[in-house]
Ligand binder design. Structure first.
Ligand SMILES: [Ca+2]
Length: 235
C-alpha cells in the first residue's frame, strides 16, 4: 500500500494509490479524479466491471437486469438480476461493445451472489449471439448447489459436467473461474470470497472456440428473487 500526494496550491492531495486486497483487487493502482478513486491499472483485464453504470452492450432479457450501487463487490456498480416468479431463466448476452471477451487459454473470474437459496447463478461464454436464444457454453452454480458446465447448441441443452453438492450462503459473494483451452478442455472452479475452492473439474468439448459473454439465472422454486454479478475479468 502506498500513495502519491501533490500540492494543489492550497493543500496536499492524495492522487495515486497502490492498493492491496483480498484477492479481488491485488496491487491495483488508483487515481483520485477529484470525487472518486478510478482504477488506472489492475492485474485483472476487465470484461465488465459495470462501472459505466449501464448494460447497453447487452441484448436478450435486458428488462430483468440493471446496474446498481447498493450491493457491490468491486468499485461503485454491480449488475443486478431480478428473477421472475415463473422459474424461467432470464439472461443478458454481449458479443460486441465490451473492452474484452474471454479467449481460449484465458481464465475468466466472475463474482456472483444470490439473495435466495433457490436461485441459480450462470456465466455464459463463447455465445454466438446476444439475441434471445442461447448458443454457447455456460458455467453455473445451480440451486443444488452444484458447479456445472453445459452447452446449448441450436437449442439443444447438454450438461458436460457436474460437481458434488456443496453449500452456499445467500447474500454472500462467491466467484467462478472458467478456463476454456485450445486443446478443447474446459476447466471450471467455484470459490468462496476468501479464495477457498469449493468445487472444480474439467470437461472436453469442441462445439465453440470463441464468442460473447452473458449472465443468467432463475429461481427453481418459482419465486421472485435477486442475483448480483460484478468485476468480471481475466485473471
Ligand atoms: Ca463493479
Amino acid at each position: 500500500m502506498g500513495n502519491v500526494n501533490r500540492y494543489s496550491g492550497s493543500e496536499w492531495q492524495e492522487v495515486n494509490q497502490i492498493q492491496t486486497g483480498d484477492g479481488s483487487d491485488i496491487n491495483a493502482v488508483k487515481r483520485w479524479d477529484g470525487s472518486q478513486w478510478v482504477t488506472v491499472w489492475s492485474p485483472v483485464t476487465v470484461i465488465d466491471d459495470f462501472e459505466d453504470g449501464d448494460i447497453s452492450e447487452y441484448g436478450s432479457d435486458t428488462g430483468q437486469f440493471t446496474t446498481q450501487q447498493s450491493v457491490v463487490q468491486h468499485g461503485s456498480y454491480a449488475l443486478e438480476q431480478s428473477l421472475t416468479s415463473d422459474s424461467n431463466p432470464t439472461a443478458i448476452r454481449s458479443t460486441a461493445g465490451l473492452d474484452h471477451y474471454l479467449q481460449e487459454d484465458e481464465t475468466a473470474r466472475v463474482w456472483f451472489r444470490r439473495e435466495e437459496s433457490g436461485n441459480t447463478n450462470t456465466f455464459e461464454f463463447f455465445q454466438q449471439s446476444d439475441a434471445n436464444g442461447e448458443n454457447g457454453y455456460k458455467v453455473f452454480v445451480d440451486s443444488g448447489p452444484k458447479l456445472k458446465i453445459a452447452k446449448v447448441v441450436s437449442g439443444t441443452y447438454s450438461e458436460l459436467g457436474s460437481s458434488n453438492t456443496a453449500s452456499i450462503a445467500t447474500s454472500t459473494w462467491n466467484y467462478l473461474e472458467v478456463n476454456p483451452q485450445s486443446n478443447d478442455d474446459i476447466s471450471a472452479g467455484w470459490y468462496r470470497s476468501d479464495g477457498t475452492l469449493v468445487a472444480s473439474f474439467t470437461v472436453t468439448d469442441t462445439s465453440f472456440s470463441s464468442g460473447g459473454v452473458g449472465f443468467a439465472g432463475k429461481n427453481v422454486n418459482g419465486n421472485a428473487g435477486t442475483n448480483y454479478y460484478d468485476y468480471v475479468g481475466i485473471v
